[in-house]
Design a protein around this ligand. Structure first.
Ligand SMILES: C[S@@+](CC[C@H](N)C(=O)[O-])C[C@H]1O[C@@H](n2cnc3c(N)ncnc32)[C@H](O)[C@@H]1O
Length: 188
């Protein structure tokens, strides 16, 4: 994986909460994601923190773990939340994390979100490692929501092979996908 250049960071960090409103509308229209004050959310490659900030305001989940591989992005997200809320809300943890080597325990999260992050993880094999980490840290029947513009078919195929069911897919160049981790205990 490579860090974004200064110009790329400038470009992606212009996205504010209003940009992510559209993303949340898609999630709502899918009718497949239930978020409430008991939800534990992990955002991968969260960039400037605007999406996590919006998720916090909308759903007041039990916790949001907002992560990025790049320490500079982590600092940008922290500053955004401090500027917006006076201090980082207690239910939001901002951490440096590599999406291909997550330090969280199995089954920790109800929802994992990755907005235009997966293709930044490296080659296809690194993306598959990242997807396996998502599968590991999600609880059974948990939800993975992502937006991607590259390796779209390969990612979906790998998710299904790993034990996700694709519930929703929308978009052509950039597709929004909602997948649920199949609860294998229900097969027994
Ligand atoms: C295109 S930006 C998207 C940022 C944000 N999700 C958005 O849509 O505005 C990709 C982000 O992924 C982060 N990233 C790259 N490799 C990563 C990795 N291995 N683990 C976690 N984050 C990573 C980058 O630092 C960058 O902030």
């Amino acid at each position: 994986m490579a860090k974004l250049s200064t110009i790329e960071k400038w470009f992606v960090n212009r996205r504010g909460e209003s940009y992510f409103e559209k993303f949340l509308r898609k999630i709502k229209e899918s009718g497949t994601v239930n978020l409430d004050n008991s939800s534990k959310i992990l955002e991968l490659g969260g960039g400037n923190g605007a999406l996590s900030s919006l998720l916090y305001e909308r759903f007041h989940p039990l916790s949001i773990t907002l992560t990025d591989f790049d320490q500079e992005q982590v600092a940008t997200a922290r500053k955004r939340l401090e500027d917006k809320f006076g201090k980082v809300p207690e239910t939001i943890n901002i951490q440096q994390a590599d999406a291909t080597h997550l330090q969280y325990q199995d089954g920790t999260f109800d929802l994992v979100v990755a907005h235009l992050v997966l293709h930044h993880l490296g080659k296809l094999k690194d993306i598959y490692t990242g997807l396996e980490e998502v599968h590991r840290v999600l609880r059974a029947s948990g939800t993975f929501v992502y937006v991607e513009s590259k390796y779209k078919q390969e990612i979906r195929k790998h998710l299904e092979e790993m034990g996700f069911e694709i519930l929703y897919r929308k978009g052509f160049y950039q597709e929004t996908v909602i997948a649920t981790k199949i609860d294998s205990s229900k097969d027994r």
